[in-house]
Ligand binder design. Structure first.
Ligand code: PEP
Ligand code: MN
Length: 341
């Protein structure tokens, strides 16, 4: 932070600002200018609260020069964070596709979708066992049983699995059964949950809140990093807008902005942004073109029978098409796509 003093600020006023900054545990560097003095504030993990100095006599302006999200910013780490999960690499040269059903409904349903996803050539599987649903009467997920099935399907396919934790109990099960722990859009600002899952030490897939600003999104990631877990995968999943043709609006502009600001990988979830399967493929292509490190999509072998999000779930043949197109598109934007194995 930079504190700018008025041109007529007295020595005493400057000394007073320096004293206040030091009193708050920061260092103050006085930088004399032609017409006025600036005071640089450094030396702490958290930024100084501007309210501590902005009303002091002689202070005219305050500028924030570093981001409030220090650890996730490129200021603290210039090179990209690359996350290895089993056979999958996220944030490296290759882009990834994560696919699976919205919810784990049964062993038969999960394995059917996972087999088709593996055949299509995806790198990770997804499936919710704890579903934050708008209505309390909707299917809420199989809970621990669902997580166990995910561990089984991971063993069977050899692919790592992503699943959501919503509280302390589900975080415990996630730690036991899954490879990547998802924090859903509705819980992006549940700071207790963020700290809880961060401490598990597994990669965290953090979804952007329905109306979260860039700063709020990065702040949430910072909570995980500040717990000593650097493995955060950001996920843009559509924000609330005025669209009357899609569930949400995929905010693709945040992808290159985050890429410039942060070393963390960012993927998109065109399924939850679209809310309808017919536009998932073009949104997935657009995401990769915009610089995303991958996409996460929902797939179901019988979407009309799905217990949640059937309308947006791809048919397996559509997932195959999506993977093929992304593999073709990736080299056009300087990326690659992993060989199927
Ligand atoms: C999900 O991925 O299953 C999900 C519920 O997504 P979101 O939190 O983005 O709504
Ligand atoms: Mn869903």
């Amino acid at each position: 932070m930079l504190v700018i003093m008025a041109p007529d600020a007295s020595e005493e006023q400057i000394d007073n600002v320096v004293k206040q900054i030091e009193h708050a545990g920061f260092s103050a560097q006085v930088v004399p200018g032609k017409t006025r003095v600036a005071i640089g504030v450094t030396g702490n993990v958290t930024p100084l609260d501007p309210a501590m100095v902005d009303s002091l006599p002689g202070v005219t302006q305050i500028f924030r020069v570093t981001h409030p999200f220090k650890l996730s910013s490129r200021d603290s780490r210039a090179e990209n964070t690359v996350i290895q999960v089993g056979s999958a690499v996220i944030g490296g040269h290759d882009v990834v596709v994560i696919a699976g059903p919205c919810a784990v409904e049964s062993k038969r349903q999960l394995f059917a979708a996972a087999e088709r996803a593996k055949e299509a050539g995806v790198q990770l599987l997804r499936g919710g066992a704890y579903k934050p649903r708008t209505s309390p009467y909707s299917f809420q997920g199989l809970g621990e049983e669902g997580m166990k099935l995910l561990a089984e399907v991971s063993e069977y396919t050899g692919l790592p699995v992503v699943s959501e934790a919503v509280d302390d109990e589900s975080a415990g099960y996630a730690a036991k059964y899954v490879d990547v722990i998802q924090v859903g859009a509705r819980n992006m600002q549940n700071y207790v949950l963020l700290k809880r899952v961060a401490r598990i030490g597994r990669p965290i897939l953090l979804k952007r809140g329905l109306a979260a600003t860039l700063e709020e999104f990065m702040g949430a990631a910072e909570y995980i990093l500040a717990e000593g877990n650097p493995q955060v995968i950001l996920c843009e999943r559509g924000v609330r807008g005025f669209s009357d043709f899609s569930r949400n609006t995929l905010d693709l502009s945040i992808v290159p902005v985050i890429k410039a600001l942060s070393h963390l990988p960012i993927i998109t979830d065109p399924s939850h942004a679209a809310g309808r399967r017919d536009i998932v493929l073009p949104l997935a292509r657009a995401s990769i073109a915009a610089g995303a490190d991958g996409v996460m999509v929902e797939v179901h072998t019988e979407p009309s029978q799905a217990l949640s999000d059937g309308y947006q779930s791809l048919h397996p043949s559509q997932l195959e098409e999506l993977v093929q197109q992304i593999a073709q598109l990736a080299p056009v934007v300087g990326r690659g796509f992993p060989q199927k194995h």
